[in-house]
Each structure stands twice: as structure tokens, then as C-alpha cells.
Design a protein around this ligand. Structure first.
Ligand code: NAD
Length: 520
């Protein structure tokens, strides 16, 4: 089953042009109903190259604008988004079959916040920074943030709007032109980002959106861009990272996860169960920061499991305004979920809820599934599931929970539920992940614009969001100015024995005496 169908090209991933030079087309089906919702033409590598060239031409004028003026475009985008939210939501929900409230909250609300955050703060975050020098008082240091030029942004299908908009907004406000390649699975939602900025008055050429498949993504990575910001799977991220490494081109890689939740004996079990259910089944589990495995301390495991099952059984799945859990978006991902559940059951796992496609609906609905009696020999505990499955494993104590949480090649986010917040924070700090949350879901950090976000281990390279993320779209330049204008410097030629004695004495005073240590 597939939600995208190639109409006239040999196979997905191949160069998106027919031998006669025609671009291939792709039919899109709504995942909830499998009804056709549109067709798109796929960009060829030549199209990608042309888009990069157009962006390159537009980049200098855009970079020359004051940051506040660039920020005003972002603020106008918020107004456009609010005015046209119904239209945007219609595209998003028909292409992804997410519940409307979920699409609004996760895609549009977060977009308004991200746009406003960077619009209002970028001029301060990226302002020239005077740094007082601890030692060389004869110099002045200024740190300056220059736009990189053209940034290539490649995005996935699970949050097709916000994951395209957020990096694009940051790259733009930092003064770059952008070539965005959204996922071929959800191109209509990705394309909304370009429509939004066009309606907000972004000068022509500054943002190019190329609708294409993996071939177009590879062409963008191989093109003349100054940075790649990639969000997607570990497998593709590795290819992107290898190519960027070969070209010595900076990249951020936001990749998959297998986020653990630890439930301690003194945790508020109602809150922990609610968070586990939301963390596992929101967006039908297709969140890089989903709760993908729970380790619950044995003495509270029965009660916790019962509460999770009660809440899961109450979830409403299907199309329509009042559903909690929508369809999965991408057919091949649903097949991965089915394989992992079957593997777990074959190895002794018990299904407490769900465990199969929802027979009530024709589309890509997999029932919210709770598994127990799981272990690390099962794929569902080791590999990213990216679907509505919540495996729960009993552990002896917090130490075993921590050991198992860290027994993973992934390290994106994690959560700890603990009655004692200080102990919870200590546990969180020992989890090998890019972020960790105490008494809330592991998804929380992505919604906090100030929080630098990214993975450890195979979950990614680099950080996005917040000050660090915004500065990642810039060249950092140190400008040092001599203040005193003397004819000579102590370290310049000629080298003499006398100079060396003086320097040795200076070193002894500076780093060998209390006064010197205080001064340096
Ligand atoms: P994917 O890796 O299959 O595709 C991601 C994007 O890369 C798509 O636009 C695709 O067309 C493009 N692409 C494919 N081959 C390429 C190539 N050779 N070179 C360049 N680009 C190429 O991932 P997906 O299935 O779209 O998304 C799901 C994955 O994304 C999951 O693993 C999920 O955890 C991850 N994800 C991570 C984050 C994060 O912030 N860490 C956020 C969302 C999703």
C-alpha cells in the first residue's frame, strides 16, 4: 500500500525525468481514505540546480536588509497564517489525515510561535557582540554573524509544515536565501511554506521550493549550497552527512529516535500514564520524539499498565473532527509497524490493546497498541517504530531503567516520571539523549523555542532552534582590533634572549601567583 503513486516514472528515487526529458508525475492519495487528492510534478536534478542559482542571485540583496526588516516578513507571515488558517488546515489534514486539532496545535500554533520568536529576537541574538578580553587588554574583540548564503533544507512527512517552516524561518531571518525540498510524501503541505512567505511579501527568489523525491534531495546536497539542514531518517541522514563531509560543507542532521520513558516508584502514575499514551499515540506515533519504550519500576508496574490500558482503550480513532488518533501517513511506515508488532508477538510479547490495522476504516489506520512482556531482543525495543505502539517493560529499579534506556543506538529525547523532581533531574541528566524531560513527555523540548534541539549517538549531528540554532545559519567571524597602536608587539620579531626571559617571568607571575591568577 502506498500513499504516493508514480504515474509515469520508472520508480521512486530514480532520476525524476523520463528519457524524453519530461518530468515525472506523482499521484497523492489521502492516507485516511486512499482517495486521490492531487498530483504533483517532480523536480529533476536540473530543476534543483536552477533553483539554487536563482536563490544565489537573490541572496545578496536579502542579506543586505537589516535583520529587523527581515523579521517583519516573518511577523507578516503570522498574520497571513491566522487569516488563512482554514485553507492551510484543509491542505494539511487532507494530505496527512491528522485530526484537525492535532494539525492546528502541532503545525500552525507552533508555526506562529516560532515565527514570532525569531522575528522579535533575531536582531538581538545576531547583533555584533563585544567580548571583553580576559588577558590581552590592548585588543578589542567583536564577534559578528554573517549569513551563510544559500541554505538547502530537506524535510520529512510527519509534520510536513512546521518541520519545513521552522528551519526556513530561521535561515531566512539570519539573512540566507533558502532552497526547500519537502518530502515527496506530503509535497502540498511543504509547498505551503513557500506560499506563506510569498503572501507575506518575501522578495522573489529568496525562497525556492522544489517538489521532488530523494533524487532531488541528493541533487540539493550535491549542489552549490552553503549548508544543508536535513531532517529525516538515520539511513538517509548518513548519506547526506557523508556527502557533506566529502564537500566540507556544514550540515545539521535531525534524525530518528527511540525515546525512552522511565517511571519511578514514587511517580504520579496518572500523569505518567497520560503522558505515555499521549507521547506514544499523538500524530499516530509518527513523531521523532514519540515515547517508543517505557521502563516502569516493578512495584508500580501493574497499576501503571492498567492506567495506560484504560486511557488507550478510550482513544477514538478515525477520520473526523472528534477523533484522537488519525491515520498513518505513509504506507511503507505502516508495514514497518506491522512487522515490528508481529516480531514482538512471535518472541513472546502480549498485546494489551490494538495490535492490528483498524478494520473499521479503509485507510492507513493502525490501532493504538500497548505491548507488555517485551525485551531488548525484539525490534520494537531496538529500532525506531514511528507508529502507534507503546511497549512497556518492567524493571527492578531506577538503575536498571537507566541502563536499558541507554542501551540504544539512538539518543534524541527521553522522559522521567518521578515524585522527587531533584532525583528526576539527576536521572534525566544521566540519559544519553539530546534532551530529557522530567514529568512531561519527551516531545516537550521541540515546542520550546529557546531549547537547543538535536540528537546524540545516531539521532543526529548539530543543534537547531534557540540562539545556538539561529547562529548555526551564520558564519561566526571574530574581528580583533588593536587599541593602542604601538609601533611593535612583544611577540613580533626579533626574537631575543631578553624577550624570552621577560615572557617567562610574565608567565610565572600570571599563572604562578595568586595575584596573577586573579588578574588572568
Ligand atoms: P527519509 O529519510 O526517508 O526522507 C527525508 C527527506 O529526505 C525527504 O524529503 C526525502 O525525499 C529526502 N531524501 C531521500 N533520499 C535522499 C538522499 N539520498 N539525499 C537527500 N535527501 C534524500 O525520512 P522520512 O521517512 O521522510 O521521515 C521519517 C524520519 O524522519 C523518521 O526517522 C523520523 O524520526 C525522522 N524525523 C526526525 C526529526 C528530528 O527533528 N530529529 C523530526 C521529524 C522526523
Amino acid at each position: 500500500m502506498a500513499v504516493v503513486e508514480r504515474i509515469d516514472a520508472p520508480e521512486a528515487g530514480a532520476q525524476a525525468a523520463e528519457p524524453d526529458g519530461r518530468r515525472s508525475r506523482q499521484r497523492l492519495l489521502a492516507p485516511g481514505t486512499l482517495e486521490p487528492i492531487g498530483e504533483v510534478e517532480l523536480a529533476t536534478p536540473g530543476d534543483v540546480e536552477a533553483a539554487v542559482e536563482r536563490a544565489r542571485k537573490a541572496a545578496p540583496d536579502w542579506a543586505a536588509l537589516p535583520i529587523r526588516e527581515r523579521g517583519r516578513i516573518l511577523e507578516r507571515a503570522v498574520s497571513v497564517l491566522l487569516e488563512r488558517q482554514d485553507e492551510w488546515l484543509e491542505t494539511l489534514t487532507s494530505e496527512t489525515s491528522k485530526p484537525e486539532l492535532e494539525a492546528f496545535a502541532a503545525e500552525l500554533l507552533t508555526a506562529c510561535d516560532a515565527l514570532t520568536f525569531y522575528a522579535r529576537r533575531a536582531h538581538r541574538i545576531l547583533a555584533d557582540q563585544r567580548v571583553p578580553l580576559h588577558l590581552l587588554k590592548s585588543k578589542r574583540l567583536k564577534v559578528r554573524y554573517h549569513p551563510l548564503g544559500v541554505v538547502g533544507i530537506i524535510t520529512p512527512w510527519n509534520f510536513p509544515f512546521i518541520l519545513s517552516l521552522n528551519p526556513t524561518a530561521q535561515a531566512l531571518v539570519a539573512g540566507n536565501a533558502v532552497v526547500l525540498k519537502p518530502s515527496e510524501v506530503t509535497p502540498l503541505s511543504g509547498r505551503l511554506v513557500a506560499e506563506l512567505f510569498e503572501a507575506a511579501g518575501l522578495p522573489e527568489g529568496v525562497l525556492q521550493c522544489v517538489v521532488g523525491d530523494g533524487g532531488a534531495g541528493a541533487a540539493l546536497v550535491a549542489s552549490d549550497v552553503d549548508k544543508i539542514c536535513f531532517t529525516g531518517s538515520v539511513e538517509t541522514g548518513r548519506l547526506v552527512g557523508e556527502e557533506c563531509g566529502r564537500r566540507l560543507r556544514p550540515c545539521t542532521l535531525e534524525l530518528g529516535g527511540k525515546d525512552a520513558m522511565i517511571v519511578c516508584a514514587d511517580a504520579d502514575l496518572d500523569r505518567a500514564a497520560g503522558a505515555a499514551v499521549f507521547g506514544a499515540f499523538a500524530n499516530s506515533g509518527q513523531v521523532c520524539l514519540s515515547t517508543e519504550r517505557v521502563y516502569v519500576v516493578d512495584e508500580v508496574a501493574d497499576v501503571f499498565q492498567r492506567k495506560v490500558v484504560e486511557r488507550t482503550s478510550a482513544l477514538r480513532q478515525g477520520p473526523g473532527g472528534e477523533a484522537d488518533v488519525g491515520a498513518m501517513i505513509h504506507g511503507p511506515q505502516l508495514e514497518i509497524v506491522e512487522r515490528q508488532v508481529a516480531d514482538a508477538v512471535a518472541r513472546g510479547a502480549r498485546v494489551l490493546c490494538g495490535g492490528q490495522r483498524n478494520p473499521e476504516w479503509p485507510g492507513l489506520y493502525f490501532e493504538p497498541t500497548v505491548l507488555v512482556d517485551v525485551d531488548h531482543g525484539m525490534d520494537v525495543m531496538r529500532e525506531e517504530t514511528f507508529g502507534p505502539v507503546l511497549p512497556i517493560m518492567r524493571v527492578r529499579d531506577e538503575d536498571e531503567a537507566l541502563m536499558r534506556a541507554n542501551d540504544s543506538r539512538y539518543g534524541l529525547s527521553a522522559s522521567v516520571f518521578c515524585g522527587d523532581k531533584r532525583r528526576g533531574e539527576q536521572l534525566a541528566g544521566r540519559i544519553e539523549s539530546g534532551s530529557a524531560v522530567v514529568n512531561d513527555t519527551g516531545m516537550t523540548p521541540y515546542g520550546i523555542a529557546e531549547a537547543p534541539f538535536g540528537g546524540r549517538k545516531e539521532s543526529g549531528v548539530g543543534r537547531v532552534n534557540g540562539e545556538a540554532g539561529l547562529k548555526g545559519y551564520c558564519h561566526t567571524q571574530s574581528i580583533v582590533v588593536d587599541r593602542w597602536g604601538s609601533k611593535d608587539e612583544p611577540l613580533w620579531f626579533p626574537y631575543t634572549k631578553r624577550k624570552e626571559r621577560l615572557l617567562r617571568r610574565l608567565a610565572r607571575i600570571l599563572w604562578g601567583t595568586p595575584l596573577g591568577r586573579f588578574l588572568s
